[in-house]
Design a protein around this ligand. Structure first.
Ligand code: HEC
Length: 161
């Protein structure tokens, strides 16, 4: 080995040592962001699911519907910052379109927030038909964002080992 070659070798070793841990740290970092935003969504799923249970099984919790709706309304305000970090790789169903169409994505979060706030108001009236109709509008607002920005079930990370 010439001196130049030896130096090149050393340089490479140093580079790999520096870059590899950085790449690992970056991956862990992304996973943490993904897990967090999925928990925000899981909370939406739990609250909408609870409302569905109350209606479907005629549980004596009509008073709870407004509270669940308020929780979803609050979550809508967290969606923009929870998804700000651009990462569509790994254990996630987020589509890259989110960050290409950021304004549309956040508008879909706002729309969900408005439907949830409306449900909280309608729930106070106690009219079950009106409540059911507003629940439908709210769940449509979830779908309006999932359709363009979330991978369909068949492609979900949950089906991959
Ligand atoms: C502004 C867009 C948007 C709105 C509005 C929205 N979601 Fe989501 N949701 C997403 C995206 C994107 C993902 C995929 C996140 C990921 O895997 O990183 C997701 C994932 C989920 C998940 C799966 C979480 C997991 O652990 O993988 C559930 C459950 C969910 N959403 C429920 C809801 C419900 C219920 C509503 C309405 C009350 C709703 N979402 C409204 C964008 C949205």
């Amino acid at each position: 080995m010439t001196r130049v070659q030896r130096n090149l070798c050393r340089c490479l070793v140093v580079l790999v040592c520096l870059v590899f841990p950085l790449a690992v740290a970056q991956a862990q970092d992304n996973d943490a962001f993904i897990q967090y935003r999925q928990k925000v969504m899981t909370s939406n799923g739990a609250n909408l699911g609870a409302i569905g249970d109350i209606l479907k099984n005629k549980l004596p919790y009509e008073q709870h519907i407004g509270v669940h709706a308020q929780e979803i309304q609050r979550m809508s305000t967290l969606i923009p910052s929870a998804f700000k970090k651009e990462t569509a790789a790994g254990k996630t169903d987020a589509k890259p379109e989110i960050w290409k169409e950021w304004d549309k994505f956040t508008a879909a979060a706002d729309a969900m927030g408005r439907e949830a706030a409306e449900l909280a108001t309608v729930a106070q009236g106690g009219n079950m038909e009106a409540i059911s109709a507003q629940v439908k509008k709210l769940s449509d607002a979830c779908g309006n964002c999932h359709k363009p920005y979330r991978k369909p079930k068949e492609e979900s990370y949950k089906n991959k080992s």
